[in-house]
Every structure is written in structure tokens, then in C-alpha cells.
Design a protein around this ligand. Sequence first.
Ligand code: MN
Length: 197
Amino acid sequence: MHELAPLPYSYDALEPFIDTMTMQVHHDKHHKTYCDKFNAALEKHPAVASKKPEDLLKDLAAVPEDIRGAVRNAGGGFVNHAFFWPLLKKDVRPKGAVVDAIAGQWGSLDAFKKEFSDAATNLFGSGWVWLVRDGSKLAILPLPNQDSPLSQGKTPLLAIDVWEHAYYLRHMNRRADYVAAFWHIVDWEKVDELFKA
Ligand code: MN
């Protein structure tokens, strides 16, 4: 059985950029539901259940067909949110090798933020926008639903959840406001750790 890890900080730690109630509902209800549904699917296949969730997402074709959809959606939601929470921290100055690599590829950090923000604002429906390592390059990758970059052989470095449940209580229909707020809570030290790994 996979367990829902507690948030690595208090529910109000990201105020005012993400509000306390959103964090409570997002972690305790949405993330927990992905965890529960993932476990329910895995009950039918103990051999699959013993594998790392990330490894299942890396090779969905190897997952038994009757639970492949559940692993992709609920397993994806479980892994994506577990990846997301530790990336968020207030007041971290952008620096490090990853910021240098971003500036090298996009011309400047601001140019990257603009392209990533546009992708996040314009993604139709529910999904995530990812910064990934793709071979020797970085890339901005918008994906629908709970699809994981791992399923495309790419390594996630940063992500924004643009499902409405991630922002609606504070920002309502103004997704662009949530995306602008997101830049105040990126833990660039964590992103740099992932980049160097
Ligand atoms: Mn979410």
C-alpha cells in the first residue's frame, strides 16, 4: 500500500500565493483520493503493487491492461502531487546551475518564465506544465490530466498544477493570476538539486 506523505510544511506556508484552504483540500482530499484509487487498482495485481510508482509510469505498456488507465490517472496524480509539494517554498532567490542552463537556452530567466507562464495559462482543460530534462536539453512540456513526463522518458525538474482545484478558491477563473503567484513560491534550490541529480 502506498501512503500519502504529509505536506512538508504547514498549510498556510504559501500564503498569500496559495491559500490555506486550497492546500488543505488539495493535499488532504485530492491527493489522498489519487492515492486511494491507485492502491485500489493495485490490489488486483500484487506483483505490480510492489514496484515503485515512478517505474510504473516510465513503462505503462508493461502495466496489466485492466489497470493501465488507473495507473496512468490515479498513479500519475499520486506521483505528480508528491513531486509538486516539495518544489514550493516562498522567497527563494533563483540561482544555481539550473537557472544558468535556463538562461543559456531561453536567453534569460524572464524569457523562460514568460513561455512557461503562457503554456500554463493556455493549457486547455486540466493538466500540468512541466520543465523537463530531455536528453541534454531542457524543454517546457504541457501535458493533459495527470500524464507524467516519465511516461515519455523525460525527467521532471519543475511543474505547475493547472487543474482548477489548484487555484479556484483564491483566484477563481483567473488562472493567469495563479500562474503569476506561482513564481513567488518556486524553490529554486530544489529545482537545482533535481537538475544536478
Ligand atoms: Mn492537483
